[in-house]
Write a protein that binds this ligand. Sequence first.
Ligand SMILES: Cc1cc2nc3c(=O)[nH]c(=O)nc-3n(C[C@H](O)[C@H](O)[C@H](O)COP(=O)(O)O)c2cc1C
Ligand SMILES: [Mn+2]
Length: 454
Amino acid sequence: MTKDLRSFLDFLRREHPEEILEIKSQVDLEYDMTTYVMELERKGKFPLLFFHDVKGYPFPVVVNTFASRRRIGHGIGLEEKELISGWKARSSDRIPPQPIEDAPVKEVIQLGDEVDLNNYPIPVHFEIDGGRYITGGVAIAKDPDTGVGNLNFTRMQVHGPRTLGASMHSRGDLWDFQRRQEERGKPLEIAVAIGVHPAISVAGATNLPITEDEMALAGALMGEGVPVVQAETVDLLVPAQAEMIIEGQILPNTFEDEGPLGEYTGYASSRSTRNVFQVTAVTHRKDMIYQDIVPGASAEHLNLSKVSRIPRTFDSVKAVFPNVVDMNYPMSGTHYHCYVSLKQTIEGQARQVMMLIFGLDPYIKHIIAVDSDVDVFDEKQVLWALATRFQADRDLFVVPGLPSNLLDPSLEGKVGAKMGMDATMGLDTPAIPIQISSESIQKIRKELKDLGLE
Ligand SMILES: Cc1cc2nc3c(=O)[nH]c(=O)nc-3n(C[C@H](O)[C@H](O)[C@H](O)COP(=O)(O)O)c2cc1C
Ligand SMILES: [Mn+2]
């Protein structure tokens, strides 16, 4: 069966209709879609939103695809509770892309001067933003020296009918390719895929080593090779079932102001590599669906970024401390907080675990370590452990001067302080956590089910 964004939407409509909200009333390109997402988040709701009627455009827009961990799980074949523990197995059997002939993304082909980005519903998200931004596009490129492929997310601001401004501030593989081409005075060819199967987006948000192609990771997560087709104006294979492809070149030694954009910190960011992306072609389905990701500290932006980031740290920590039970990077801490649970076997071990996490992930500023009876995905439980198992003079440590995320507005310079909080009980504490009788739980759950309160 074809696996693409449409098949995923059909699957949700069929199997999980509560996870998709069809918005039939007209929305403006400026702000409205972001406001829907943020107002629903305030109510604790994270449905995928399908906007049928965007004022002035013939194409619908999908937003919030990755806003819930449960839905990300649906997209990559994992239950929500296995997203961390099951990542390694799910992502290891890489499947290379499969070239095909019949590509829906070529139904409309526009070359050179025919291209006008103003024809597509690329939204303005926040009032502070510099303009219209492509946030949900997966940038495809090849290592100019080895030819190894790469997937990446890079924000792109519409600067003209065929010009986009791009910021590669997180300095991933795409940035490294461009830097090497620039040294030779050459452009870097890229293609941006918009509206793709969730496995491709998750792979795009994953930082594999530069020697590995995330397209083959997308294949692993999808369970089959991504069907690809040759692009029109660049030497790249692109997802044949995408809704839209934007082809072009990142120009060498050419810079233009870009930003600001509401970032994951919850603040506007003007930090930018100020690159210029010259568009050479756009191809799309006749009835294309435009896919957007609300930037800022939206659940979607944070969850998609974390889906592979948490398992990467967790697997490394588990390799040293198998008694570590679970780990969460909670949404309230943007990318800077970590909750970790463990079955502590020797005094001071929670500190060792926290030191290791600081060493592995420079974004993490504050860690709370808890015992394994505490659910790290339930913030109330974590803060209860902090309230009842922690003394600030005894259980807190600070390490100054470590590399930190540069978008943190409280940072001065490039290094920052890290704080570990040991909220484990200690090995011989007299405190006995209260528990409800498990026999009674069985009985009452049944009663509640009969009352329709499952
Ligand atoms: C929705 C989303 C938007 C992102 N936007 C940017 C961006 O504008 N600039 C950037 O440098 N990194 C951005 N990132 C982070 C990188 O895309 C991410 O680290 C990626 O895995 C890097 O891939 P690469 O090292 O293979 O090039 C974004 C990530 C997500 C999930
Ligand atoms: Mn990469």
